[in-house]
Design a protein around this ligand. Sequence first.
Ligand code: ADP
Ligand code: MG
Length: 623
Amino acid sequence: MNNNVETREFQTEIRQLLDIVINSLYTDRNVFLRELISNAADATEKLRYCKLTEENSDNLDLPLEISIQTDEKAHTLTISDNGIGMTKEELIENLGTIAHSGSKEFIRQLAEVKKDSETGSMDLSLIGQFGVGFYSAFMVADKVTIHTRSFRPDAESWVWTSDGTGTYSLAKGDKNTYGTSIILNLKPDAYNYCQAEEIKRIIKQYSSFVPFPIKVNDEKANTVEAIWTKNPTQISEEEYTEFYKYIDNSYQEPFYKLHFTSDAPLSIRALLFVPAENFERLGFSRMERGVNLFCKKVLIQEKSEAIVPEWMRFVRGIIDSDDLPLNISRETLQDNALVVKLNKVVTSRFLKFLEEQAKDNPDKYRQFWEKFNHFLKEGAATDYIHKDALVRLLRFESNFTAPGELIALDDYVGRMREDQKAIYYVGGTNREVIESGPYLEIFKDKGIEVLYTYEAIDDYILDSLHEYKGKKIIAAEQDSSDLPDADLNESQKEEEMPEDDKQALLAWFKETLDTKVTEVRASKRLVDSPAVVLSPHGTHNMQKMMQLMSKELNSVPAGILEINSRHPVIKGINELRKNEDPFATEAAEQVLQNAQIAAGLIVDPRNMVNRLYSILERAVTKK
Ligand code: ADP
Ligand code: MG
């Protein structure tokens, strides 16, 4: 057989990963066993499904179970399953390459940590969550041999071997049943893993929810049960936590847990978890859906895209319904009326759960919001069916909150002033930027609450809502008659320039700035700032996003310029204009750019720097 051995290289990222796996110390090595058992269980689950749906499946009759053999003399540990197995192509594809960008990113970050860590001790517990769990075998083994045969008729048996140092070999094998056997030749410091008692202990600890019997040296080591079908009162918190860890390949406790069952009008057993971390937020790529769809305890679809909306991709769990036909085609799940209905019921229930959590334990909800808000925002912007419930879950800072304190739209409406015309919001990259900008002035002056928005998506959601509980929603940067006007005191009124001057100045401003502005007018709401730009439609956050998307970074869209005719800078410009001093033009252009910068828009820095130098020159040379 040896004359037909083919040697292949691992893909670069896998070589990097193996290098870390082989040469590090670990905080927890038991990880490997759970990963290999979870792969065996996945393969067995897939076979169970094929038996249900494929024709000519009568010969797929081996028991659905996982068996583990320990050999203390040979120092080996063997994990076998009667699952779907792998063809030669599948071996190359699944155990030699990584397709997922998330896995690659995970490896890149691992390599960074390793470079920085002084002790060299690594935490590899996330390895399973990033789809590269198999390679954890090399934490304990200096040689891994896989005997596998695909369940497909006429498939051949193959043997995969590697010592984890850059290459693996493939040869034809002699396994005569379908399924996979993985043999680990243990490293001397990992001999404890060829003791049956140790293996049983770890299985109890980590794999108690594997839905198939696991036998260690022919003795059953786990109890199989579908906990989501049990009565919630009969399940302990520990069991829930262990179950979550099992389904999410996680070592952390879940953040939230929702277990609900209903029998009418639909039969539903749903057990949903919010994980402790949001990996998308930590810079990893887009998550996949994490809810598995079952029918009468049989897995119909893993990571089902049909059963929860896309924005719910951070949720992990199981939905089981007796009403689904067992042989339902996975391809048409999305169009199945019953699945659509299940999706709606479960999503509504989950949103109701979040609303209850927010009410009962606002601090905890806040932590949740900090980590997962972008999913809820995405939902509020895209999911029309559940929009109302999602909008109620949104949280904002405002000029009335302390930094970091958050309120809901309901809180805002509940304390609106009686004479207040609308719900107001103002955008900016952060609190400091908003509070130092000109848009807030009038609201501060009048003691009106304004919500702060830090991201374009916030503005998009509020803008597209138009109103909430019958109150209009208005951006402070928008040109709107619903914005409050400033009340000026007597001395402020005296600072006003004469009306003729003002009209002439406004006309001159428009002529000078030409197409850079759509209109120039005297502001009714500025208190301390010389000028402000108002956006003709949408907020500045949204305009900035459009600038970034169109890559026309230097062309700020023309807006309305409002000037404060009581401000010394504006009065000074008026004097220059009357004296026909060409410097007036430069000053006016700078006023506009300053207002655009204060609005968070991206302005062309080249002209501005030169202009600022000329302004500076004038200032420093002035006697
Ligand atoms: P993941 O399980 O997250 O996909 P792994 O690195 O654990 O990542 O496994 C990689 C792939 O190798 C699996 O997706 C599967 O296709 C294949 N595989 C691993 N173990 C088995 C097995 N026992 N039987 C069949 N296929 C397997
Ligand atoms: Mg795996």
